[in-house]
Design a protein around this ligand. Structure first.
Ligand code: BG6
Length: 485
């Protein structure tokens, strides 16, 4: 049998976003506050490690008491998609998108997380957005939870640290599945579920200074998300016949720094710690290597009767993931650290880095796709990939972002190779097709888009949208189904 060459005819090309980085209107239409609304912008020169995304109890108190009103909270304002979605979706249609990934902001639907009834204005907003997408034949791919835990759940249960979050999340999931059953057939439960280990507040509204044992709290919160994700999968299948629902991981392929068995073993362990999440969600059970990790780190995950059966019975239909970089792992504690990435590792001398120090590795995408497929044999969906870069606007308004084209082209070439390797890759949504607020730094200047948005890090600008050079390039990629890169 000959290998399949090229992208399948029904390949899902598109772009990916998240409500809190895009919508703005944080207090309109009955929306409640979410974890993302608590994030203050800190200019680069004042940043300390982990500053921008980890939040303390004291900081929340100060924000709610109005003591930080003089600060900027860019994720509250995004790029005003809430009011401009028609214009933006028209541009996505011009690009030829088959699919658009967005998240529902949970706090628009249940403003406090545990309200008796859903907020109709919030539900209507997404009705309008989905209708607008369908007007152009674009399928929505919807993330239920993308760093937008209602703050009310943090107050009451310390977010996902409390088992109560499972019930509130499944009610929210049931509400939106029922409402949008004729409009949305592709769903994702938790964005980058592994982010919980890096920033529990971002990933689950968990304020870590309220926990006695940090790691214990993190893995307990994750257990709650695993159960909630399986229950949402069950509901999705029951409510929307034919729907597909996936998990989502920030995939970090870890290479050994050398062929020393110590480095190789350490890289293996890093890969296991990263693949733990998809192991649970795709295979339906906790892997043995985690039992050892839990024992060595004094972690006891409290499970209720029936949890294991729920995980086993409701595994995901596809595996989706973000891919921005690979990691290089050394057993030597003095190895030169890789800069600028949240996930650690040492410098890889064979790779270039982005303006933010992320190690660019297109071949690593092929490696990771093959590893995923070998391990799970489930359809794969790349739902984030892209280059955060400084763009320069020329006097005539043009943006010559050849570096972005080059980054994307090299990754898409590897996707093509992977399809020829026999891997079932169903789609690709590049991150931030329109410039939006950065998750990790809340900057506007870390731009990923094909569409430029006139706004700076201080929130100044007209918010006018314009096309970069990469716009025409991506349009052609989609139009030729990846043949012309
Ligand atoms: C992923 C997130 O981690 O990477 C997105 O799911 C995020 O929300 C993206 O925006 C890029 O990261 P950053 O920090 O450059 O915005």
């Amino acid at each position: 049998m000959s290998a399949i060459i090229g992208f399948p005819q029904n390949f899902l090309w598109g772009g990916a976003t998240a409500a809190n980085q895009l919508e703005g209107a944080y207090n309109e239409g009955g929306k409640g506050l979410s974890s993302a609304d608590m994030v203050v912008y800190v200019p680069k020169e004042k940043r300390t490690e982990g500053h921008a995304i980890e939040i303390t109890s004291r900081q929340i108190e100060k924000i709610l008491a109005g003591e930080l009103d003089h600060e900027r909270f860019p994720k509250r304002y995004g790029i005003d998609f809430y009011h401009r979605y028609k214009e933006d979706i028209a541009l996505f249609a011009e690009l030829g998108f088959k699919v658009f990934r967005l998240s529902i902001n949970w706090a628009r639907i249940f403003p406090n997380g545990d309200d008796a009834l859903p907020n109709e204005a919030g539900l209507q907003f997404y009705d309008h957005v989905f209708d607008e997408l369908h007007k152009y034949g674009i399928e929505p791919l919807v993330t239920l939870s993308h760093y937008e835990t209602p703050l009310g759940l943090t107050h009451k249960y310390n977010g996902w640290a409390g088992r109560e979050a499972i019930g509130h999340f499944t009610r929210y999931a049931e509400t939106v599945f029922t409402r949008y059953k004729n409009k949305v057939k592709y769903w994702i439960t938790f964005n980058e579920i592994n982010m919980m280990t890096v920033s529990p507040f971002t990933a689950g509204g968990v304020v870590i200074d309220r926990a006695d044992n940090k790691l214990q709290t993190i893995y307990q919160a994750l257990h709650h998300q695993f159960v909630a994700s399986s229950l949402a999968t069950k509901l999705c299948h029951a409510i929307i016949p034919g729907a597909k629902i996936g998990c989502m991981l920030a995939r970090l392929e870890s290479y050994p720094a050398t062929c020393s068995p110590k480095d190789v073993l350490k890289a293996l362990h890093e890969n296991q710690l990263n693949l733990f999440f998809t192991d649970v969600q795709a295979r339906g059970e906790y892997p043995g290597y985690m039992e050892r990790y839990f024992a060595e780190n004094d972690i006891v995950v409290r499970k209720e009767t029936g949890d294991d059966e729920i995980l086993k019975a409701h595994t995901v239909d596809f595996i989706s993931f973000s891919y921005y970089m690979s990691l290089t792992i050394s057993a030597d504690p003095n190895g030169e650290k890789a800069e600028g990435n949240l996930f650690g590792g040492v410098k890889n001398p064979y790779l270039e880095t982005s303006d933010w120090g992320w190690q660019i590795d297109p071949t690593g995408l092929r490696i990771t796709l093959n590893h995923f497929y070998d391990r799970y044999h489930k359809p794969l969906f790349i739902v984030e990939n892209g280059l955060g870069a400084y763009d320069k606007v020329e006097e005539d308004g043009s943006v010559h972002d050849g570096y972005r084209i080059d980054y994307l082209r090299r990754h898409i070439e590897q996707m093509k190779e992977t399809i020829a390797d026999g891997v079932d890759l169903i789609g690709y949504t590049s991150w931030g097709p329109i410039d939006l607020i950065s998750m990790s730094t809340s900057e506007m200047s870390k731009r990923y888009g094909f569409i430029y948005v006139d706004q700076d890090d201080e929130g100044n600008g007209t918010l006018k949208r314009s096309k970069k050079d990469s716009f025409e390039w991506y349009k052609r990629v989609i139009a030729t189904n990846g043949e012309e890169l």
